[in-house]
Structure formats: C-alpha cells, structure tokens
Design a protein around this ligand. Structure first.
Ligand code: F6R
Length: 248
C-alpha cells in the first residue's frame, strides 16, 4: 500500500483528480468505482472544471457507485443517486446508461444485490475504485465485523456512521438505518484502489490502518493486502500516525 501525504484537502482532491483524468485519457473506456460523502466532493469539482476547460471525455466511461441508502428514492436529495447527479454526472458527458448505483427501493433487495454484483462482473470488474474511510474503518458501508468475503449486500449502518452522516440530513432520525453496499470482496477485486483521507476526524482511523493488523473488525485494513492500493492522506489525517509511538 503506497502512501502519498499531501498538505490539505485541496491538494488531496487535486492529486486524486489529476490521477483519474490521466487514467481516463489513457483508457477512455475505464470502469470507475465511485464514492459519495464529504471526501470526494473536491475531486468531483476538479473533474468538472477539467471537463469544462480541457474537454476530457467521459463518453465511454462506466461507473459503479459503492453504495446507496435503503428506502430513499432516486429523487430524494439525500439519495446517493441525487448526490452523484448533482455533484458530478450532470456536469460531465458521462452517459446515464453507463452509470450504476444500487437501488435501495427494490422490493427484492437480495435480487438487487445479486444483479449489481453480476453487472460489475460482466464489466470485468472495476479498474479504478475511489474510496473514503469511515472513522470506524468502514469502506463502502462495510461496517466492522463484515466478512472480507462479502459481495454486494444489505447492511445495518453503525450508529457512528448514521451520526457522522446526519450532517447531510435534517436530523439523525431521518438517516436511514440500512444500505446496500458493494462487499469487501467486490471492492478488493478492483484492479486499482485510491483511498482518500482528510482531516482530524480520520486521525484514529489512520493510526489503526497503518499500525494495526489486517482484521475484519477494521474493514479498511484489507487494503494492506491489495496489490495496487494507494492512500492520499492530508497532514491533518496523518498527524496522529506521526505522534503515535510506533512511528518514533
Ligand atoms: C461513501 C462511502 C463511505 C464514505 C465514508 C467516509 O460512498 O462508501 O465509506 O466514504 O463514510 O465519508 P466522508 O467522506 O463523508 O467522511
């Protein structure tokens, strides 16, 4: 696992976006794995600016998002469908048929999960997966304790995850209790992974990730075994790692 330390959120976003743009230019039919949440917003801003200024084309790009809340319709402003549309898709020339986000409204959630997993397989997997990390080490919505073998599945969100995400809703009560997420196995099969980490709230997660064991109780730890995973972390997120006695 390679670690690139950058100064701040802006630099993290820029570095990640530049990397993605290079990949898209060299492989126009790239299959991207995309994340939501606060972390990738700056990256998406850069991708949009670059698309407008330099015309980087997404016409042949396929995307698969990591997750979606259960019970939120596409047009709910807090659905990840809306998030992706508002923060990226409507600003670039990606074709809607090539974007994939699991539906949290399917009456048969099990079938939805299987279909999503199959679609990813039909596309021969994800070429470049963008990830954020939860303060409890979750990736996608794979909460601590999830099997490393898990494929796309339904999860009960941890209380800490619901509390962290309440900032996007009017109240904690409105945050769904369940989600569909790509599994850890699904994520791990990506050919390349870029984990973005910024800010104080992620300091403990970084200590655990860089100094702890590979364990299902800290899902992101599996990335240490991935052949092509890179972390771009900012100074604030790395502060605890540097203060940690193991690194002295
Ligand atoms: C988002 C996702 C989550 C987030 C994580 C960090 O699609 O799968 O794993 O990446 O919860 O969220 P932020 O970026 O809001 O700190």
């Amino acid at each position: 696992m390679k670690i690139i330390e950058v100064k701040n959120y802006q630099e993290m976003s820029q570095r990640a976006a530049e990397y993605m743009i290079e990949k898209i230019k060299s492989t126009p039919n790239l299959t991207l794995g995309l994340a939501t949440g606060g972390t990738p917003l700056g990256v998406y801003q850069h991708l949009i600016e670059d698309h407008k200024q330099n015309g980087t084309s997404y016409a042949e790009v396929t995307s698969f998002n990591l997750d979606e809340y259960i019970g939120l319709a596409k047009d709910n402003p807090n659905s990840y469908y809306s998030y992706m549309y508002e923060n990226l898709f409507k600003h670039i020339n990606i074709s809607p048929e090539r974007t994939h986000i699991p539906s949290g409204m399917n009456k048969d959630l099990q079938a939805e999960c299987e279909e999503y997993e199959n679609k990813i397989e039909q596309h021969l997997g994800i070429d470049l997966q963008i990830l954020g990390i939860g303060s409890n080490g979750h990736i996608g919505f794979n909460e601590p304790g999830t099997s490393f073998q898990a494929k796309t599945h339904v999860v009960d969100l941890a209380q800490s995850t619901r509390e962290a995400n309440a900032r996007f809703f009017n109240s904690l009560d409105e945050v769904p209790t369940q989600a569909i997420t790509m599994g850890i196995q699904t994520i791990f099969k990506s050919k390349e992974i870029l984990l973005l980490v910024s800010g104080k709230a992620k300091q403990n997660a970084m200590i655990q990730l860089l100094t702890g064991d590979v364990t299902e109780s800290f899902p992101a730890s599996i990335l240490k075994q991935h052949p092509n995973a890179t972390i771009i972390a900012d100074e604030e997120a790395m502060l605890g790692v540097k203060d940690n006695s193991l690194f002295k």
